[in-house]
Ligand binder design. Structure first.
Ligand SMILES: [Zn+2]
Length: 258
C-alpha cells in the first residue's frame, strides 16, 4: 500500500520544546508531512511559533486571538496580533471566532474581536481559521456585515460540528470545512451527515490536538499522528480509499495555506 501523506490543518502545541519536537517527529513518521500550528492566545501563539521554528518546512503558522481573549481592550489585542504578523510569515489569521456555548455573556465582545480580525486578515491578504459553536447566526451575521473580501472570502471553519444546512451557508460564502476526530464519536451523527455533505474540493481534516483524540484512541492526549484514524474513518464514510481522501484534503490545504 502506498504511504499516505496527510495535512493536519489544525494542531495546538505546548511550550515544552522537547515535547513539541518529539510530537512533530511522530507526526512525520506517521505520514503527516505538513500541519498548521494554530494559536489563539498569548500562550498558544507562542507555542505555535515554537513548533514552526522547529520544523519550518513542515509547519505552517496561524496566529490570532480566539473567543476567550475578550477581557482586554480589543485595541490592545489587535495591536499584539498585528505585531506578531509583522514579525512572522503566517499562513492564516487564527483561530478566531465565536463560542456562545461556553461564553454567552461575552457574545458582543467576541463578535467585535472576530470582526476586527477578519478586517486584519483582509488587509494582510491571509485566510482565516474560524471556530464557531452555538453561534451559527452570529457567525454568518459578522461575516456578512464586515466588509471583508466581498467576493473572495477565504478560510476554514475548523472542527466542524454544525448541521449540513449551516455548512451550506458557509460553503456558499467560500469557506472550506475541516473535520476533526469528533466524526468518529458514537453520538456524532450530525457531524457525520455534514462530513458526507461537504464536496471534495472544500474538505479538510484536522486533529485540533491536544483535544478530541479520535476513536480508537479517544481519551488519550491527541496529537497530529493520530489523524490517520480520522482519515480512515472519513474515507470509509465517503466511500473512497483512504489514500484518495488524504490526497484530496492535502491538495485543498496546500491551495489555501501552502
Ligand atoms: Zn483550536
Amino acid at each position: 500500500m502506498p504511504r499516505m501523506e496527510i495535512y493536519d490543518t489544525h494542531a495546538h502545541f505546548g511550550n515544552d520544546e522537547a515535547e513539541t519536537a518529539t510530537t512533530l517527529d511522530r507526526a512525520r513518521a506517521a505520514g503527516i508531512t505538513r500541519l498548521m500550528a494554530v494559536g489563539g492566545s498569548d500562550e498558544l501563539n507562542a507555542a505555535a511559533l515554537l513548533a514552526h521554528r522547529l520544523r519550518p518546512d513542515d509547519v505552517r503558522l496561524a496566529l490570532g486571538a480566539d473567543r476567550d481573549q475578550t477581557s482586554r481592550p480589543a485595541d490592545e489585542t489587535l495591536a499584539d496580533i498585528r505585531r506578531l504578523h509583522a514579525a512572522n510569515a503566517c499562513a492564516a489569521v487564527g483561530e478566531i471566532g465565536l463560542d456562545f456555548h461556553y461564553s454567552p455573556e461575552t457574545s458582543s465582545a467576541q463578535c467585535d474581536l472576530f470582526a476586527r480580525q477578519l478586517a486584519l486578515a483582509d488587509e494582510l491578504g491571509l485566510p482565516v481559521v474560524i471556530h464557531t459553536r452555538d453561534a451559527d447566526d452570529a457567525t454568518l451575521g459578522v461575516l456578512d456585515e464586515v466588509p471583508w473580501r466581498a467576493s473572495a472570502l477565504r478560510g476554514i471553519i475548523h472542527c466542524y460540528t454544525g448541521t449540513p444546512s449551516f455548512a451550506r451557508s458557509l460553503l456558499d460564502r467560500g469557506f472550506m470545512v475541516s473535520i476533526s476526530g469528533i466524526v468518529t464519536f458514537r453520538l456524532a451523527d450530525n457531524v457525520r451527515a455534514s462530513a458526507k455533505y461537504v464536496p471534495d474540493d472544500r474538505l479538510l481534516v484536522e486533529t485540533d490536538s491536544p483535544f478530541l483524540a479520535p476513536v480508537p484512541l479517544r481519551g488519550k492526549q491527541n496529537e497530529p499522528a493520530f489523524i490517520v484514524h480520522t482519515v480512515s474513518f472519513l474515507a470509509n464514510l465517503r466511500g473512497i480509499p483512504a489514500e484518495a481522501l488524504a490526497r484530496l484534503t492535502f491538495a485543498n490545504a496546500v491551495s489555501l495555506l501552502g
